[in-house]
Design a binder for this molecule. Structure first.
Ligand SMILES: NC(=O)c1ccc[n+]([C@@H]2O[C@H](COP(=O)([O-])OP(=O)(O)OC[C@H]3O[C@@H](n4cnc5c(N)ncnc54)[C@H](OP(=O)(O)O)[C@@H]3O)[C@@H](O)[C@H]2O)c1
Length: 308
């Protein structure tokens, strides 16, 4: 049985803009240009938070919230004042996060500890969020595998298919219908730069991300006129729990915050974001090569990254 827990908090006592303004006022020793820059940053933050709350509030469902990119996106949304449903398997981690965010930022947070590889998982999320006014789905839960295709473990690959594609699809369908009905909402679907072509030595993982990329691009066009913003976020290598679970080692890598911030900023503005310089570099440097040449190059890169 999935386990559920709830943390509530009185949000009346919290206003992030006031807190920020108060902390800026304390910095009266700062030279004028620095204070001006701080004021500008505070106002940018304020506008961004207002946009997210208005278009995608009051509740966001974030899968993969216990670690890495999903966790970072949940933090950014909480700072903007959205209430959160945090989804992942790690109950203790999510409970701690919910308690911290409610205490520190004055939002409401609920935890759904569930294994998204299970066929019943999405129904559980639907039931728990049924009475909440959800306006945003961030589908960040996912994992990868790497190594020889022929040495794959069937059960593990099917679990990956269920988490990366099946659960993501079912959640997109459920919340897509809800958002279309209320005429407003957003979905962030985590793709990857590996989804733009085949990737030997991570063949099945790359295929799951190609699925997500194609789904998100189509939904961007199909649901946009209904008021539903859909975004594919396609990062390159990122420092998180991902590499260890996939059996990969990463050299250069982004930090989760380098992915989370540009991703949320891009929602409602375009169909795909390549967050961070590294994602753009790795994508655009091979973009004009024939597709099969890209597959071969990616295969060599991935071969050097597998730890098997
Ligand atoms: N890191 C990269 O290099 C990279 C690059 C491109 C795209 N991505 C994509 O970005 C997304 C986030 O990955 P990340 O880098 O943040 O990795 P991460 O740190 O390992 O986080 C993965 C998240 O997914 C959740 N998750 C994994 N399996 C699950 C399951 N069976 N049921 C429920 N939740 C599950 C994990 O929660 P629990 O462990 O608590 O279940 C965790 O919160 C993934 O979709 C990944 O494919 C990552």
């Amino acid at each position: 049985m999935p386990r559920l827990s709830t943390a509530h908090y009185d949000r009346a006592s919290f206003n992030p803009v006031h807190l920020l303004a108060r902390s800026l006022r304390k910095n009266t020793h700062l030279p004028l240009p620095v204070r001006a820059a701080n004021n500008r940053r505070a106002s940018d933050l304020d506008q961004r938070s207002a946009r997210w709350r208005t278009r995608y509030g009051p509740w966001a469902v974030v899968t993969g919230a216990s670690s890495g990119i999903g966790r970072e996106m949940a933090l950014r949304l909480a700072e903007a004042g959205l209430n959160l449903v945090l989804v992942g398997r790690s109950q203790a981690v999510l409970d701690h996060m919910a308690a911290d965010l409610t205490a520190r930022l004055g939002i409401q947070a609920q935890v759904i500890a569930v294994d998204l590889a299970l066929a019943t998982a999405v129904a559980t999320i639907e039931t728990v969020t049924h009475d909440l006014d959800v306006g945003l789905l961030v589908a960040a839960a996912g994992f990868g595998t790497a190594g020889s295709f022929l040495d794959s473990t069937l059960d593990q690959e099917l679990d990956m298919l269920n988490v990366n594609c099946r659960a993501l699809f079912a959640l997109s369908l459920y919340y897509g219908r809800q958002f279309a009905k209320r005429g407003r909402g957003g979905m962030v679907l985590m793709s990857s730069i590996v989804g733009f072509q085949g990737m030997p030595h991570a063949a099945h993982y790359a295929a799951t991300k190609a699925y997500v990329q194609a789904l998100a691009e189509a939904l961007y066009v199909e649901l946009g006129p209904l008021g539903v913003d859909v975004l594919a976020s396609a990062p390159g290598p990122t420092n998180s729990g991902f590499a260890a679970r996939a059996g990969m080692r990463m050299g250069m890598a982004l930090e989760p915050v380098d992915v989370a911030q540009p991703t949320l900023d891009a929602l409602g503005r375009r169909s795909t974001v390549l967050p961070g310089f590294l994602s753009k570099l790795l994508t655009y440097s091979v973009l004009f090569l024939p597709r099969l040449a890209r597959v071969r190059i990616m295969g060599r890169v991935m071969r050097s990254m597998t730890t098997e």
